[in-house]
Design a protein around this ligand. Structure first.
Ligand code: ADP
Ligand code: MG
Length: 474
């Protein structure tokens, strides 16, 4: 497989000129972030980091990732409705992981009281890397699925114009035409709009839960803008605002500042640091309401790494998605090796193997947002410390995916352009809406390619490691 742009990456002078043009186009297109110095203000903004060139991605793998997205939507939705599966899967983890335990407590409390919402909305993103097989062929392997705050759907719709621009400057018009159009934020907004419509109250709002210090606000605004264009109004509030001004009426309808809320869209609330005691109470209030939560607490739990690992057990997909052997086969084909670290022989063996061959594994806690996983020597030390403690059940072990590196040039505000060896991670956005037991929407709505230098084991654009990219299908 050809892996790159070859000699274009060697001409330093040309790269500098191209980089200037690309940055100006990115700013003009709205590929923006607030700055780390002023994360609460849009007075001064900068461009979100991105690659100078689109990265080559095998079309077959792109198609495979799109084709399996509806199956992943079904799977997440099925897991979220399977209280017995969630309880059993998370039982060892919640004993040792306080964050998952708190989410689970809310889940139990809402189940006990009776779930008030009747419409369910999933906006997720399934992420993959391209495993470089021994015979040279690439294979699509899932890294994880994000069921809460899956981001960059807004900015990803603006980067194709930037890469087309770069290729057009080089008079590569044929190549420029190959860059796929992409508009995840529109699809995500259509999901929210459908849920809003089914909620059925013409004056009700969408409540977007976000932090005040939010560098990625333009990504969120892209979805807000799409909703407003459909006459659906969005209010942005923090958990703190919900505890001060949110309330439920007798029918558990949610009101914020006196206005009824149809849909709560979380772009916050996926990390322990997002929750004070007050914020946990606000989350519980939202969960108890009949507003459509995106995600509801069970769907957030369905996105944990522990659930991902348990689903990879023999027979488990068949159990959760009965009578759907084709979907099961498509899903399983994307699974990498996943290993439980629960106390017992199976966990002991996984630990022994990882300590003996650390380069083949990743150790993952139940966390989101990048920068939490352990690799190499650090992983070995952690495993040595954990192996005799029940705390190990709050982690899972995963086979490390090894993509074939390629050259690209990374552009980041405040840093010189860098030509480096890179690997990419492909995400596919999925949307589904369920009313009672009936699925009324199930689709894929676009993609996100992120690329990082190979020296980084972990990832994430927000974490400052990966940058935005586009697939160049080959
Ligand atoms: P998070 O919820 O923090 O995003 P991820 O599971 O997505 O956690 O891991 C973060 C990053 O670590 C990924 O974006 C990827 O770059 C890297 N990573 C995670 N799992 C693997 C794996 N199995 N093989 C190689 N890299 C991985
Ligand atoms: Mg991730």
């Amino acid at each position: 497989m050809a892996t790159g742009w070859g000699s274009l990456l060697q001409d330093e002078q040309q790269l500098e000129e191209l980089a200037r043009q690309a940055v100006d186009r990115a700013l003009a297109e709205g590929v923006l972030l607030r700055t780390s110095q002023e994360p609460s203000s849009s007075e001064v903004v900068s461009y979100a980091p991105f690659t100078l060139f689109p990265s080559l991605v095998p079309s077959a793998l792109l198609e495979q990732a799109y084709a399996v997205q509806m199956d992943f939507n079904l799977l997440v939705d099925a897991v979220s409705q399977n209280a017995a599966f969630l309880e059993q899967t998370l039982s060892s983890t919640i004993k040792r992981d306080n964050f998952t335990a708190r989410l689970f407590d809310i889940h139990k409390q809402v189940l006990k009281e009776g779930i008030a919402q009747t419409v369910f909305l999933g906006l997720n993103r399934s992420d993959y890397m391209f495993q470089h097989n021994a015979d040279g062929s690439p294979a699509l392997k899932q890294i994880e699925i994000n069921t809460i705050s899956a981001s960059f759907g807004g900015l990803a719709s603006r980067t194709p114009a930037v890469h087309r621009h770069v290729l057009n400057v080089l008079s590569k018009t044929r190549e420029a035409a190959k860059i796929l159009s992409n508009n995840p934020s529109k699809g995500l907004a259509l999901g929210i709009a459908k849920a809003w419509e089914l909620y059925g109250s013409a004056n009700a709002l969408v409540l977007l839960i976000a932090q005040e210090k939010e560098r990625n606000i333009f990504d969120q605004r892209a979805i807000e803008n799409e909703l407003l264009a459909r006459n659906i109004h969005v209010i942005r509030r923090r958990f703190e605002d919900v505890s001060e001004k949110g309330s439920l009426d007798q029918d558990r309808r949610l009101f914020m500042d006196g206005q009824e809320v149809a849909v709560v869209y979380f772009r916050d609330g996926y990390m322990p640091s997002h929750y004070s005691l007050q914020n946990w109470e606000a989350r519980l209030l939202l969960e108890r309401s009949c507003a459509v939560k995106c995600p509801d607490i069970a769907t957030q739990l369905a996105g944990t790494k522990k659930v991902q690992q348990e689903l990879s057990r023999v027979g488990m997909l068949e159990h959760v998605l009965p009578g759907q052997p084709e979907a099961v086969a498509r899903l399983r084909a994307t699974f990498a090796g996943l290993y439980s670290l629960d106390m017992g022989e199976e966990g002991d063996q996984a630990i022994t193997e990882a300590i003996a061959a650390p380069s083949r594994f990743v150790l993952k806690p139940q966390r989101e947002g990048g920068g939490n996983n352990l690799y190499g020597e650090e992983m070995v030390q952690a495993l040595e410390g954990l192996k005799d403690s029940e705390e190990r059940a709050s982690y899972i072990l995963m086979e490390k995916i090894e993509p074939e590196p390629f050259g690209n040039c990374l552009l980041r505000s405040g840093s010189p352009a860098r030509v480096v060896q890179c690997i990419s991670e492909l995400g596919i956005f999925g949307v589904y809406v369920r009313q009672g037991k009936t699925l009324v929407m199930n689709k894929h709505v676009g993609h996100l390619l992120r690329t990082k230098a190979i020296e980084h084991a972990d990832g994430g654009v927000a974490a400052g490691v990966a940058v935005l990219d586009n697939p160049y299908p080959v």
